[in-house]
Ligand binder design. Structure first.
Ligand code: ZN
Length: 436
């Protein structure tokens, strides 16, 4: 539907003048396209008035209300079609293992308490070219003890992290207890701390507010990591679609989430804190603890806003990024993200959020394909599958960013070795075995 020049100019002016809450109204008006049943179809916002032809701008995100479903709308249930076959004859790079021994900074090895579990994981790693992995599920207490005790024999391939345990944070002495568990773990062979997203959007204070990353009770935790110069792998915030209402216009619903009637699992629109609250608390934590090295999991969950992610890295030298569960989104804008990876090649660590149950063809190989090749329009690493078999992180295909070898080496292992210097011998031995 076209509108007159005057309407267009007014619309564009309105887009920048209105508050975010009113943007929905401004974006609709004459420019809204509707399907036959009246459902609005999202349209790309028009550039501000007066902008030169060919100039580039960054449209704002849709307001939260944009994905509110129509009155009376109900989810359709579990049924979700599988991904369609790609009906294109495109070149594919034959790739079965990582080009260099990669260090996967984000693996969940909950079962790593027996030698058999370690050995079968290492067999998988050998088959996909993985040099070493970080198990983020070391835990605390007796689980940590058994993981570290059994893991001692496999330290050249598997690194265990202590896991932050927020249970009892409201009780006196929690900070000292948690910092003590870290110290105990570090002295017994753990090499870092993992923090899950329950900090920020899961665990609440007695007054109902969510405990955030800048909570003073955590100061002793961040300080203990700095004392032993151990990295903190921290997952803060969430996929941006989870902050939007559940409805057919939400990418995450389209990918298969919340389809069971009544299911709101992991959706933060109605019951969670706004993402600004979580993200700003993280910034205050980074500012307050400049001597603590943080690795921000899942590209800091800012895969949707590369400008903001760049500003975060520029502002906080104590923050690095980790790639897990973000490739499905990065691979949608491969030229832009290739530039980003080249520019911040010293700040990005490889990670997958994988575990031993992930299969090679649909999980591990697409990671190598994304980073190493320029292959186009292929299935992304399916971390989660819906009942219908489609990837729950997005029903779309991705494109490779073909990093040069010297950058690939940094992303795959050099940057991780800065945080885990003791692993260098193992990686160098594996490099030598591969002939450099
Ligand atoms: Zn994870």
């Amino acid at each position: 539907m076209r509108c007159s020049f005057v309407t267009h100019a007014l619309f564009a002016a309105a887009l920048f003048a209105v508050l975010p809450g009113r943007m929905a109204e401004a974006q609709q008006g004459n420019d809204t396209i509707r399907a036959r049943d009246g459902t609005p179809i999202p349209v790309i916002p028009r550039a501000p008035g007066g902008m030169a032809e060919g100039a580039v701008w960054i449209p704002p995100m849709p307001p939260l209300e944009a994905t509110l479903p129509p009155e009376g709308w109900e989810p359709v249930g579990y049924e979700q079609p599988p991904m369609p076959y790609i009906l294109l004859r495109l070149p594919r790079t034959h790739i079965t293992r990582a080009k260099f021994p990669a260090i996967d900074f984000h693996v969940h090895g909950r079962e790593l308490t027996t030698p058999e579990a370690y050995e079968s994981l290492i067999a998988l790693m050998d088959s996909i070219g993985m040099g070493a992995i970080i198990n983020l599920n070391g835990g605390t207490g007796t689980h940590l003890d058994s993981t570290l005790a059994v893991g001692e024999a496999y330290r050249d391939r598997v690194v265990n992290f202590v896991t932050l345990n927020l249970e009892g944070i409201d009780e006196a002495g929690w900070s000292e207890w948690m910092a003590g568990e870290m110290e105990r773990g570090f002295l017994a062979g753990a090499r870092g701390l993992k923090v899950s997203k329950s900090l920020g959007q899961g665990v609440r204070n007695p007054d109902g507010t969510f405990i955030q990353a800048d909570d003073p009770r955590l100061d002793a935790v961040w300080a203990m990591a700095a004392k032993y110069d151990m990295p903190v792998m921290i997952h803060t915030s969430d996929s941006v679609g989870r902050f939007y209402p559940i409805g057919p216009l939400n990418e995450r619903y389209e990918a298969g989430l919340w389809r069971y009637p009544g299911s709101t699992s992991g959706n933060l629109y109605a019951s969670g804190p706004p993402r600004e609250v979580i993200e700003l608390a993280r910034e205050r934590m980074l500012a307050k603890h400049p001597r603590t090295r943080f690795v921000l999991g899942h590209m800091a969950m800012l895969y949707y806003d590369p400008g903001r992610l760049a500003a975060l890295l520029d502002t906080y030298p104590n923050a690095d990024l980790e790639t897990s569960a973000a490739i499905q989104d990065l691979g949608r804008a491969p030229r832009l993200w290739r530039e980003f990876f080249l520019k911040y090649q010293d700040r990005i660590l490889f990670g997958t959020d994988g575990n031993q149950q992930r299969t090679i063809d649909d999980f591990w190989t697409p990671h190598w394909r994304f980073l190493e090749t320029f292959d186009e329009h292929f299935y992304h690493p399916a971390q989660v599958r819906t009942h219908g078999g489609s990837p729950g992180h997005g029903r779309y295909n991705i494109y490779g960013i073909g990093l040069p070898d010297e950058v690939l080496r940094k992303i795959y292992f050099e940057n991780a070795l800065r945080h885990l210097p003791y692993m260098r011998d193992s990686i160098e031995r594996q490099l030598a075995e591969r002939g450099g």
